[in-house]
Design a protein. Structure first.
Length: 296
């Protein structure tokens, strides 16, 4: 099974819309499965019009640990307060004990290491969930959600991809909808990819963020192509992106014009190729370019 990851340097450039329509285009010739790895703001399932009833049971997972103290062992030495880089331990002067603030704890373990009386232990927290459901288009979407304010999104992404591999059956392609940016969830998304598609808009920030994201992809020696969304809103930056692609030997897989159908499709919870069939040819062409390149 080939893994194609779709990412963007910044959010809001149409990555999930494009992933959804590409999925529909690929479906004409391939068996696919989608992994929604934008675990801090997953919305791919929504673009396919999936509802909670389309999902089976969600599985709780843990991505992090938190520290807790056994006050019966504490000798009030205050060393843990000094050791906590995240200021997650306060000192209660009246009671002469440390107070652990669960929300601020990053689970780094420094306090556990430094405590001379073994009063501190780290425990697993269930702060994320993963699950899968069937779209009305005949394929599975695997999703993950990290609780608000929690850390460890990269681990959730890895868990989503693992589940997607288990559920893939005889799928030919796994489409991974990555988070935007260059952080941990993006690195976890592109890990193991056969090909990456960078989605961008021709704007100064769109271009700068795309370059940063593709620098990370290049670091892992993964081949990539580019889709320029709303290519007709800024000719100067369109040219810059095309020159950049040429310089890097990357294919511009598509130039998509600005079209209100993208927003209307989202409002109607369908991929844009379903909402407005005039886009079918464009996405078919992307699929055929991927095939010609030997990616799928
Ligand atoms: S585990 Fe790390 S972040 Fe959490 S309380 Fe201990 S030192 Fe602070
Ligand atoms: S380091 Fe251990 S013994 Fe010292 S105050 Fe913290 S919990 Fe208590």
């Amino acid at each position: 099974m080939k893994q194609i990851t779709i990412l963007s340097g910044k959010g809001g450039v149409g990555k999930s819309s494009i992933t959804a329509s590409l999925a529909i285009a690929l479906l004409k010739h391939k068996k696919i499965i989608c992994a929604d790895c934008d675990v801090d703001a997953s919305n791919l399932a929504l673009v396919f019009g999936m509802e909670p009833k389309d999902y089976g049971e969600w599985k709780n997972i843990t991505t992090n640990k938190k520290a807790r103290v056994d006050l019966s062992k504490c000798t009030s030495c205050k060393k843990c307060v000094e050791a906590c880089y995240f200021n997650a331990i306060e000192w209660d002067s009246k009671k002469n004990i440390p107070v652990f603030k669960e929300f601020g704890c990053e689970g780094c373990g420094a306090c556990e290491l430094i405590c001379p009386s073994g009063a501190i232990e780290l425990y697993d927290v269930e702060n994320a969930k993963i699950g899968y459901g069937e779209t009305k288009y005949g394929f599975t979407v695997v999703s993950g959600q990290l609780e608000m304010g929690e850390s460890g999104s990269g681990k959730v992404v890895s868990a989503v991809k693992e589940l997607a591999k288990k559920k893939a059956g005889d799928s030919d392609v796994m489409l991974v909808d990555s988070a935007a940016g260059i952080g941990c969830p993006v690195i976890a998304s592109i890990t193991g990819s056969d090909y990456v598609i960078g989605v961008c808009e021709p704007t100064p920030s769109g271009f700068a963020d795309l370059k940063r994201a593709l620098l990370v992809v290049g670091h892992f020696n993964i081949p990539y192509g580019i889709i320029i969304n709303k290519y007709d809103i800024n000719e100067e930056y369109l040219k810059k992106i095309e020159e950049f692609a040429k310089e890097k030997g990357a294919k511009v897989l598509a130039k998509i014009p600005y079209d209100k159908s993208f927003t209307d499709a989202l409002v109607n919870l369908v991929p844009v190729v379903v909402f407005n069939p005039k886009f079918e040819a464009l996405f078919d062409k992307i699929a055929s370019k991927l095939s010609c390149e030997g990616i799928i």
